[in-house]
Design a protein around this ligand. Structure first.
Ligand SMILES: [Mg+2]
Length: 359
């Protein structure tokens, strides 16, 4: 049943393309969007890289010094999030011409539900074409567009051909499209899951169909439940107009309970690393860190530390703060069944305060 039309718009190598637009001499050269590690004492993280640098194995979220090692000829550029955000605003203005049901991811990616669009257009393909053309006209950048009847397929479609791709997956096309889709392309199948999939003989969407829902859940838990549906082109998630996030956090439950400070700190380190990744991905930073602890007797306590300056987004720093907070809590020897770390008091990371954090 097709009662929705969803467009997924994904800007092609967004930050890198902006840098190339600003300085056309970069075209054809491997470009890494990050501050030059030779000028930062090796610090810094890759925001993204153009397609040439990616061929050397450079990818977002790796350290910029690692990127330099992989691709010594790489040019490092980072004009700052103020510029990237301004361009993102331009593309969002174009989206709003058609619909306000826009769910944005980062600055360069969004789902649009155009089923009931503002212009009363009945052909989603025409809407997609117009959006792609207007983005090109206004920003001089390309995007890839996927159109389908749910979010999962729209996203897979935009990913199908890049850059400047345009892929439509209709209800009729979906079974064939999904059957050929390599398993690693299914959202949520990460580097760790792929080997397990291959072991089970699952190489693509058609292999997924051979496993029962129960089997998939047995092997992959809750994710198996959604995989079973995704393989059949089912995804009922609505496009939710994005709201401003006020906090970013992660928590983990433990059984058996943790009962020593060493073990608690090891777990806090793992949780902190995840929060830090989320925070970096969303280009945020915050001034308040919240530690949540649930004890064996289900007593749950939160403690927060607020700073005048933005908290530097690294594990050691988080750990220092949580250790301090822990000293004001009941002893962990009482048994800890849940730990959580949340960053609040969030702001967008922009060029000036990023520079402050780096140096
Ligand atoms: Mg993109």
């Amino acid at each position: 049943m097709n009662n929705r039309w969803i467009i997924h718009v994904d800007m092609d190598a967004f930050y890198a393309s902006i840098e190339e637009r600003e300085d056309p001499s970069l075209k054809g050269k491997p470009l890494v969007v990050a501050k030059d590690p030779r000028k930062t004492g090796g610090r810094g993280v890759v925001s993204t890289a153009n397609y040439i640098a990616r061929r050397y194995g450079v990818h977002s979220a790796m350290s910029s010094s690692e990127a330099l090692k992989l691709c010594p000829k790489a040019i490092f550029r980072f004009s700052g999030f103020q510029l990237y955000r301004a361009v993102s605003q331009q593309i969002h203005n174009i989206f709003h011409h058609y619909t306000d049901t826009i769910e944005s991811y980062a600055l360069d990616e969004a789902y649009l539900d155009v089923t009931n669009n503002k212009l009363g257009m009945t052909d989603p393909v025409q809407i997609g074409r117009e959006i792609q053309q207007k983005i090109k006209q206004v920003t001089r950048l390309t995007c890839s567009i996927g159109i389908s009847y749910n979010k999962f397929l729209a996203k897979e479609a935009s990913d199908y051909t890049k850059p400047a791709g345009f892929t439509i997956v209709s209800v009729e096309d979906a079974p064939a499209f999904l059957a050929q889709l390599p398993i690693e392309k299914f959202r949520g199948v990460g580097k760790k899951t792929v080997p397990k999939m291959k072991e089970l003989g699952i190489n693509d969407g058609s292999d997924l169909l051979k496993l029962s829902e129960l089997d998939l859940m047995k092997h992959f838990g809750k994710f198996g439940y959604s995989l079973y549906r995704r393989a059949r082109g089912i995804d009922e998630r609505p496009v939710e107009a994005s709201r401003v996030r006020k906090s970013i956090g992660r928590e983990r439950t433990f059984g058996p309970v943790l009962d020593s400070e060493v073990v608690v700190n090891t777990q806090l380190r793992l949780i902190a690393a995840k929060v830090i990744k989320d925070v970096a991905k969303q280009h945020k930073h915050g001034k308040t860190l919240v530690l949540k602890v649930r004890y064996q007797d289900f007593q749950t306590v939160t403690k927060r530390a607020t700073f005048l300056d933005y908290i530097e987004n690294n594990v050691d720093n988080y750990l220092e703060i949580t250790s301090e907070l822990l000293t004001n809590l009941p002893p962990v020897e009482a048994g800890v069944r849940l730990l959580g770390i949340t960053l609040t008091g969030l702001d967008d990371l922009n060029y000036e305060n990023l520079a402050l954090n780096l140096f």
